[in-house]
Design a protein around this ligand. Structure first.
Ligand code: DX5
Ligand code: ZN
Length: 216
């Protein structure tokens, strides 16, 4: 099985979004990763529903929604109506994680949980069996183009061990600083899904960059 690649729209050209969405549609990308930031959970604001409606209309790939917001359960219905395939909430943003996971699945979406760089993998011990995916943040969330946090490799290995031990079906996703140097090491450590923003969108040939990441 080749690596799943999810380009992050955050690094796209918002002045010509249709061009980048057409590139994604044509490419070998598996999903489109959408970063939702509220300026509270993270020190940045990205894009909201007027933009997302357009994206959902044009994009032919499944939508992988990464909610960097407080109370991410507030938006379950709006994103479900948009056609979201994967609903990804931060561990740090959920007071009642078990309930949120149940509510995601109840709507027929895949349930994913994200860990900030400072949150240990063991925080997921009691929910890992219920998850479709775990996202290990490999930078502090909020901005594209940041430097990869090296300790993430050890976290990926630890998560792989937990998934094996518990017979969980969860995929391992990473997000932040994924480039041609870090990606092969992440895949070797046990990653299934690579999210990448600047490495793909700033590449001279983004489709070729996606193909290269998929081959890892
Ligand atoms: C950061 C976002 C990422 C971002 C990654 O908070 O969650 O998805 O787009 O950007 P790169 O790949 O440029 O580090
Ligand atoms: Zn993201």
């Amino acid at each position: 099985m080749s690596t799943i690649v999810a380009p992050s729209l955050l690094s796209a050209d918002f002045g010509d979004l249709r061009k980048d969405l057409e590139m994604i549609n044509r490419s070998e990308a598996d999903w489109l990763h959408l970063d939702i930031m509220d300026g509270v959970f993270v020190p940045n604001i990205s894009f909201g529903f007027p933009v997302l409606k357009y994206v959902a209309q044009y994009c032919k790939k499944p939508l992988d929604v990464h909610l960097m917001t407080v109370q991410p359960e507030k938006f379950l219905d709006r994103f479900h109506e948009l056609g979201t395939a994967i609903y990804n909430v931060h561990f740090e943003a959920c007071m009642h994680l078990n309930r949120v996971i149940y509510e995601i699945k109840q709507r027929g979406m895949k349930a994913a949980v994200t860990l900030n760089p400072s949150t240990p993998v063991s925080m997921l011990n009691d929910v890992i069996a219920d998850l479709d995916m775990v996202l290990i943040m490999t930078v502090n969330p909020g901005f594209g183009g940041q430097k990869f946090i090296e300790h993430s490799i050890a976290k990926v290995k630890e998560l792989r061990r937990l998934i094996t031990q518990t017979d969980s079906k969860a995929l391992i996703q990473v997000d932040g600083g994924v480039n041609f140097e870090t990606a092969p090491r992440l895949v070797k450590a046990g990653v299934d899904v690579l999210v990448s923003g600047s490495t793909i969108f700033l590449a001279p040939d983004p489709e070729e960059a996606i193909r290269t990441l998929k081959k890892l």
